[in-house]
Design a protein around this ligand. Structure first.
Ligand SMILES: *[C@@H]1O[C@H](CO)[C@@H](O)[C@H](O)[C@H]1NC(C)=O
Ligand SMILES: *[C@@H]1O[C@H](CO)[C@@H](O)[C@H](O)[C@H]1NC(C)=O
Length: 471
């Protein structure tokens, strides 16, 4: 059809269609999100897991609450275990970012005028704005993450989080600055104003159990072989290929670019998005395939450090597990009309390192085959993807309902329904949930698990089923 249009007009048509496409694009108001944004592991934005929040940050979907439609039910208690919101990098990564930006400024070949506009952007326009004093602190966006989560939970549970109930809510936080700022922002959301008298308590026994569990610290954190799968993958074929491709894209000699610096560039893309909502030029160093490899490496680390890889990781969360169930027991207990009303909600703010062990203890995200250095290609469909499980402001919601046949419990992860392992309903009877976790409710003793025998809590026994070392 263009053949009938005179040349002069075809230019006009082209200009017009460019204009139109730009215009229609901004009409959709979809912000410019890097194509690799869903692979940032624990550095993923909450919005990547719930993209509808990009259009309306306080919209809720009430149909996620699923008590049986045949029974009259009303929510009587909410326990929420929440990760802090978006934060600055910690010192270690700030140093890596410094090293990387130095290397690329001095060592990389100059970007040509051609297709590598992003390389010119990195070299001429991008300035390293990270400073050491930022060390892991909550950013403004992180405060918004928690404030908006509180607003959404208030609309999801209007009776529980009504203003007259707010003083009876228990709020606990890890002592880390980013968590305390998070629990403060959460309260500003609950009260819908900023001049709030904060009510939270700091409780590291509950929210930072991992550093107090000797069996965990010695068996995993200080154990040089505990992360051998991560180390092997770090120097394996897949990572090597990512490293080589990135060096080529930058025009850097391969030997100058370490895996740590490759990760620093990947994290730079994530930080500029999660902190400043900016599509960083560093993102163009990676395609989707590279991002999946880097995500896998981060997942391997969390799996072997904080999750099913070592049984003691889950067991270290026994104090939190018991706290949650004690709270639910109390809230669900039958009461006389003269008894005080139950606690409407319990808010517990911690870290990815708090949520992952608890999720593991509950038996969630446990795939048949553990992820190892050798089975990357068989792991594409794995459920253990930290980008989806523990983004910033990740949350684990236990919703207790009062129903005709007795109390029921529903679990939501990042505001989506998730079933307890082995139970067929979205909101099973609370007594059935208790039966499922009977062995933990009767045991899971922190002192015995964490201070007890030094051996016998080695790696998950399932490892031997799937191509671990053949001894
Ligand atoms: C709302 O949640 C339900 C249950 O999880 C889901 O099936 C449905 O697609 C959601 N609706 C929207 C508009 O997101
Ligand atoms: C260290 O980790 C390895 C690999 O997971 C495990 O086999 C070993 O038992 C651990 N050592 C201790 C002291 O727990």
């Amino acid at each position: 059809m263009f053949s009938v249009v005179p040349p002069r007009n075809s230019l006009l048509v082209a200009a017009l269609s460019l204009l139109l496409s730009r215009w229609s694009c901004s009409c959709l108001s979809v912000p410019d999100i890097p194509h690799i944004a869903t692979y940032f592991g624990t550095k993923t934005r909450y919005e990547e897991v719930n993209p509808h929040l990009l259009r309306d940050a306080v919209s809720v979907n009430k149909s996620v609450l699923k008590p049986p439609p045949t029974e009259r039910c009303s929510p009587v208690h909410l326990t929420a275990v929440i990760r802090h919101g978006s934060r600055y990098p910690t010192i270690k990564n700030i140093h890596r970012i410094q090293k990387l930006s130095e290397l690329v400024r001095t060592g990389a070949s100059r970007g040509s005028d051609g297709s590598d506009g992003w390389l010119q952007d990195i070299q001429n326009r991008w300035e390293n704005w990270f400073t050491e004093d930022m060390d892991g602190q909550l950013v403004m966006k992180g405060r918004e993450d928690l404030r908006q989560l509180a607003l959404r939970l208030s609309s999801l549970f209007p009776s529980l989080l009504a203003e007259e109930n707010l003083r009876r809510i228990s709020l606990r936080s890890s002592s880390k600055h980013r968590c305390v700022s998070s629990v403060e922002a959460f309260q500003e959301g609950l009260w819908r104003r900023s001049d709030v008298e904060y009510l939270h308590q700091v409780d590291d026994e509950l929210m930072r159990f991992f550093e107090r569990c000797r069996g965990y610290v010695e068996g995993v954190e200080k154990n040089r072989t505990a992360l051998q799968e991560v180390e092997k993958f770090k120097h394996g074929d897949e990572m090597e290929a990512v490293r080589r491709r990135m060096a080529d894209r930058l025009g850097l000699p391969h030997h100058l670019l370490t895996v740590d610096l490759v990760e620093a560039a990947f994290f730079l893309c994530s930080y500029e998005l999660s902190i400043k909502s900016v599509h960083s030029p560093w993102c163009f160093l990676f395609d989707q395939h590279d991002a999946k490899v880097l995500e896998y490496k981060a997942d391997l680390k969390q799996y072997w450090m904080r999750s099913h890889g070592h049984v003691i990781s889950g067991l270290s969360s026994c104090p939190l597990f018991h706290h949650v169930f004690r709270t639910l027991d109390k809230a669900g207990r039958p009461r006389r009309s003269t008894d005080a009303a139950p606690e409407p909600a319990s808010i517990l703010v911690g870290h990815a390192e708090t949520l992952l062990p608890l999720l593991s203890l509950l038996g969630l995200y446990k795939d048949k085959t553990p992820p190892t250095a050798n089975n990357y290609h068989a792991q594409h469909g794995r459920s253990f993807r930290t980008s989806l499980i523990v983004p910033y402001a990740a949350n684990l919601l236990f919703v207790l309902y009062d129903c005709q046949r007795g109390p029921r419990l529903q679990l939501l992860i990042n505001e989506s329904p998730v079933r307890f392992p082995g139970l067929e309903e979205d909101a099973p009877l609370y007594r059935d949930v208790r039966a499922t976790y009977r062995h933990l409710l009767d045991g899971c003793d922190f002192h015995r698990e964490c201070e007890g025998r030094a051996t016998g809590r080695g790696p998950n026994t399932e490892l031997s089923l799937c191509g671990g070392p053949s001894d």
